[in-house]
Design a protein around this ligand. Structure first.
Ligand code: KIV
Length: 271
């Protein structure tokens, strides 16, 4: 008799069935073992080891400096914690753009060294060769359209994308290309809700929105934002579920005071 409890793991097929059945997909970022374990147990369908690690873990202004080795380290920690969720690992800037051989080598390193289940790549037509090469090696790819933070210096700002018809049209074409290339899902970041609704209906693969309205097949947010750890970042699309930053501040102040006053440790906390 097996002592392991059977868990129905989330796969790329599960996500397709969820779209077909109209069941929404929950996705959240994670970068370390302890939080990933809590999120997996709580029932998050997809854990994204996002290159937003560059912002919320490393304190960089953009995601551009994040390296493949850093993503691999975070993904290894997350994968060790996960029982049920599908783990998606961001391919960082410079590891897939413009050269499909390098892209494949980067994706293979992620899959071999982390045990993650898939990779995510930002962009449409421009990176299609890289996506096709990776998919043809049997590696599931999640696309990412709209506001793609690795291109922040091209955009110049983090405001809503595809408000103009030209850019909206490109997005309509790109999502079809990603579907045809074999992407299993696509993140839509910061685009008008109406456009997200339209393109979600136009493809058979699930769309996961962040700032893209309620008609995507799922939603993704950054863990530090929903838990209230990043207090200065409050975009309209964010729903903050905790004030962890404030709670941690109160707890740490109390700890400092207890140490200074010699209240901690007391007799029962000593050997
Ligand atoms: O890196 C990240 O956290 C992301 C999400 C914002 C979708 O790509």
């Amino acid at each position: 008799m097996s002592i392991h409890k059977e868990v129905k793991k989330v796969t790329t097929n599960t996500l397709h069935k969820m779209k077909e059945n109209g069941e929404k997909i929950s996705m959240l970022t994670a970068y370390d073992f302890s939080f990933a374990k809590i999120f997996d147990t709580a029932g998050i369908d997809v854990l994204l080891v996002g290159d937003s690690a560059g912002n919320v873990i490393a304190g960089y202004e953009t995601t551009l400096p994040v390296t493949l080795d850093q993503m691999i380290y975070h993904a290894q920690s997350v994968v060790r914690a996960v029982n049920r969720s599908l783990v998606v690992v961001d391919m960082p800037f410079g590891t897939y753009q413009g050269n499909s051989e390098i892209a494949l080598a980067s994706a293979i390193r992620i899959m071999k060294e982390t045990g993650g289940h898939s990779v995510k790549m930002e962009g449409g037509e421009e990176i299609l060769d890289s996506i096709k090469k990776i998919v043809s090696a049997g590696i599931p790819v999640m696309g990412h359209l709209g506001l793609t933070p690795q291109s922040i210096y091209k955009f110049g700002t983090y405001t809503v994308r595809a408000k103009e018809e030209l850019e909206a049209d490109k997005l309509r074409k790109d999502i079809k290309l990603l579907e045809e290339a074999g992407c299993f899902a696509v993140v839509l970041e910061k685009i008008p809700a109406q456009l997200a609704k339209e393109v979600t209906a136009s493809v058979s693969i699930p769309t996961i929105g962040i700032g893209a309205g309620g008609d995507c097949d799922g939603q993704v947010l950054v863990m530090h934002d929903i838990l209230g750890i990043t207090t200065e970042f409050k975009p309209r699309f964010l729903r903050q579920y905790l004030n962890l930053g404030e709670q941690i501040d109160t707890a740490i102040k109390k700890y400092v005071a207890d140490v200074k006053s010699n209240d901690f440790p007391n007799a029962s906390e000593s050997y």
